[in-house]
Design a protein around this ligand. Structure first.
Ligand code: URA
Length: 179
């Protein structure tokens, strides 16, 4: 298991050469819920905190509405901890290089449920091979911990209210897992 103390200095892939900082994640030490996105964007790379841009604001609002949780009550991170240049989709090799950090975070945080946000996260977290259109809203497991995948809020910002409705329904599936 990787030592999380080394995460801020990680050089496991080439993203380490273009990042401003490693975006580790934020939240309580023992959250019930772990939220996993794709990779940091520009604001996150600059500030060091995940999901602070427009996508993040939408995601936080939907989680508050459907699960009754404030941002301070869950841990939020990404599969890939460093920003890909021009916000391109992380490459398979980058996901593979970074995935052990998520395993270490799972062990440290011991969440009781996991939300994967977007296609890249859904595949990396739950091992899906199909795209998010087929996998969202189903109960799956990550290292034995139950969870659900949903669309990325950036897709909702592009795709309008319909995607938001689907995300809300997926979050209500997650709510059925919560204790
Ligand atoms: N999109 C993500 O997937 N993660 C972030 O932290 C910001 C935007």
């Amino acid at each position: 298991m990787r030592d999380l103390a080394e995460l801020p200095h990680c050089e496991a892939c080439a993203l380490s050469r273009t990042r401003t900082r490693v975006v580790i994640g934020s939240g309580p030490r023992l959250p019930g819920l772990l939220v996993v996105g794709e990779a940091p964007g520009r604001h996150e790379d600059e500030g060091g905190e995940p999901f602070v841009g427009r996508s993040g604001q939408l995601l936080v609002r939907l989680i508050r509405d459907e699960l009754g949780l404030e941002r301070s009550q869950y841990f939020i991170t990404n599969v890939v901890k460093c920003r890909p240049p021009q916000n391109r989709t992380p490459r398979a090799a980058e996901v593979t290089a970074c995935r052990p950090w998520l395993a270490a975070q799972m062990e440290r945080l011991a969440p009781t449920m996991v939300l994967a946000v977007g296609n890249v996260a859904a595949k990396a977290v739950f091992g899906y091979t199909q795209g998010i259109a087929h996998t969202h809203g189903r109960v799956a497991r990550c290292d034995e911990v139950p969870g659900v995948a949903t669309y990325h809020p950036a897709a909702a910002l592009r795709g309008g209210p319909n995607v938001v409705d689907v995300m809300r329904a997926d979050l209500r599936v997650l709510r059925t897992l919560g204790g």
